[in-house]
Write a protein that binds this ligand. Structure first.
Ligand code: TYC
Length: 125
């Protein structure tokens, strides 16, 4: 799933690995709640980076953005750009919060530098 190495915990996608028949807190062998590290780490939630349509940003610029910041090839970038152009909004990618936020900022900065009104935003996946 995009990460290198072996996951420490396997389990359901919500990050909660519930049932503990022994009624324990999952901290088997640990000394106390106050000192042990979290036994059930939350899976970082994912965020969609959305691209919004507008009437002014050139199609070529949107394609360039999708290739540059979302590592799409020409074909993928063209498809996503046309989807946004026709439907008003489209998904550029899904990332953990900090990466998604960085992408939004990079796109917005690049658009502003080039004086295009292109808008990009985040939505919880
Ligand atoms: N609608 C724009 C045009 O006709 C193209 C465009 C596509 C703009 C996608 C923004 O996210 C966008 N030039």
């Amino acid at each position: 799933m995009g990460t290198v190495g072996v996951p420490v915990h396997a389990g359901p996608d919500d990050g909660e690995r519930g049932d503990e028949p022994d009624g324990g807190d999952g901290g088997e062998g640990q000394v106390s709640l106050a000192t042990r590290t979290r036994a059930k780490p939350k899976k970082p939630s994912q965020f969609k980076v959305l691209m919004l349509n507008d009437d002014y940003t050139p199609m070529e610029f949107v394609v360039m953005v999708l290739k540059r910041f979302f590592r799409m090839d020409m074909e993928q970038a063209t498809q996503v750009m046309l989807h946004v152009h026709q439907r008003g909004v489209g998904v550029c990618g899904i990332y953990p919060y900090e990466i998604a936020e960085t992408k939004v900022n990079q796109v917005m900065d690049f658009a502003r530098q080039n004086q295009h009104p292109l808008q990009c935003t985040l939505e919880k996946a």
